[in-house]
Design a protein around this ligand. Structure first.
Ligand code: HEM
Length: 387
């Protein structure tokens, strides 16, 4: 991932720039194209740019707070997966596409529906097509196969095209990722720009919302940890006159440990993929990984290995305290991947998760609903709220 990166620079994903422009995004493309694009996109996530997008994040969190308050007034259990799904859709929809989605008021809006469809397009034919595309990538491109459903691609392309046109024609500027991409001028074509806005959405929405769901599930099961997070939130907010600020969010160290532990126990991606791009002799062995071989690195396997994390099923944020963090064996904690190809949106993902938790936990206590007989990944997750 790092020292021998030159052998494993690609993920080996299928993309088809010509017939399916949205598929040619940072996550999928490889080689020189990836390097050029990564260099162009890295400035999107500097501290300065994150501070700039902070206000947009806060606006989305206000909608979530209103929704959660409604649930607590009605004393109804809440499907927390749905709530945080609406929140992260609003955040990424707003920051990457410049849209005011307001998924809480309009849960069936086209944007959220298309987003869900991209992840849940489970028809058998599509599954077979995708397996084929991954196995025979050049043939797939010759046959003009698309990775994403055509109607969803058309929808996202149109949204970007219309927004870019509106902003250029009206000299309208907004503090978001799309604006940063627009400001790159001729460095990106409209297709390239759309594909990157799309990957910010695709890579940022589901990863962050599952992390938030799993975390709230653990907090609901561990009230003392939940209370400690709430105490920290109240202390930090008190310091900033009750306002949620970028600086305050950065100071919430214990909440950071809780998120780290969530990503250990429930990494949003269970494994990483790399494609070997030139024959790689494995050091100190007679074995060679041949060019073209796909390699899988199990994040879940490492994160739940008792040798690295004793009692791995236990949810214990102390593993990531200042004192204990240093004893984590390098490369055994990789929720965002590693090396030059590491998640580009890592700090944004953590920032939006922290803002979401601040809003949810400052006034509400969560507990697992008695009728809830499922785990987070299986259907909904019903939590009770006490305001
Ligand atoms: C909790 C939240 C997130 C998690 C757990 C996560 C996890 C990951 C992982 C495991 C990878 C693969 C890294 C590798 O192969 O070594 C990745 C790549 C990526 N992520 Fe994230 N991610 C999160 C949030 C985000 C957000 C918010 C964005 C954008 C707004 C984003 C954009 C990307 C992109 C564009 C890549 C591809 C990077 C490249 O190939 O250069 N991610 N992410």
């Amino acid at each position: 991932m790092l020292k021998d990166f030159q052998y494993f620079v690609d993920r080996g994903f299928y993309y088809n720039e010509k017939d399916d422009p949205l598929s040619a995004h940072l996550f999928a493309i490889g080689g020189k194209k990836w390097r050029t694009l990564r260099t162009k996109l890295t400035p999107t996530f500097t501290s300065g740019k994150m501070k700039m997008m902070f206000d947009t994040l806060i606006q989305c969190s206000v909608q979530m707070e209103k929704a959660i308050n409604q649930f607590s007034i009605g004393k109804q259990p809440v499907d927390i997966k749905d709530v945080v799904g609406c929140f992260t859709t609003d955040v990424i929809g707003s920051c990457a596409f410049g849209l005011d989605c307001d998924s809480f008021k309009t849960p069936d809006a086209e944007f959220r529906k298309c987003g869900k469809r991209i992840f849940k397009s489970t028809s058998k034919l599509r599954a077979i097509k995708r397996a084929f595309m991954f196995s025979y990538q050049d043939l797939g491109r010759k046959l003009r196969l698309s990775f994403f459903p055509k109607d969803a691609t058309d929808f996202f392309m149109k949204v970007v095209r219309d927004t870019v046109k509106f902003r250029k024609t009206n000299n309208f500027v907004r503090k978001d990722m799309l604006q940063i991409l627009i400001d790159m001028g001729n460095e990106l074509t409209l297709e390239e720009l759309s594909a990157q806005a799309f990957v910010f959405f695709a890579a940022g929405f589901e990863t962050s919302s599952t992390t938030m769901s799993f975390c709230l599930y653990e907090l609901a099961k561990n009230p003392e940890i939940q209370e400690k997070v709430r105490k920290e939130i109240k202390e930090v907010l008190g310091k900033y006159q009750g306002e949620i600020t970028y600086e305050g969010i950065m100071e919430m160290k214990y909440m950071g440990q809780v998120i780290d532990e969530t990503l250990r126990k429930y990494p949003a991606l269970a494994f990483l993929t790399r494609e070997c791009v030139k024959d790689y002799p494995i050091p100190n062995t007679d074995t060679q990984i041949e060019k073209g071989t796909s390699v899988i690195i199990s994040i879940l396997g490492l994160h739940r290995h008792p040798e690295y994390y004793p009692d791995p099923e236990k949810f214990d944020p102390e593993r990531f305290s200042k004192e204990n963090k240093n004893s984590i064996v390098p490369f055994t904690y990789i929720p965002f991947g590693e090396g030059p190809i590491v998640c580009i949106g890592m700090r944004f993902g953590i920032m939006q998760t922290k803002v979401g938790f601040t809003v949810l936990l400052r006034n509400c206590q969560f507990s697992v609903n008695k009728k809830n007989n499922c785990t987070v990944c299986n259907g909904s997750l019903q939590l009770d709220i006490n305001y």
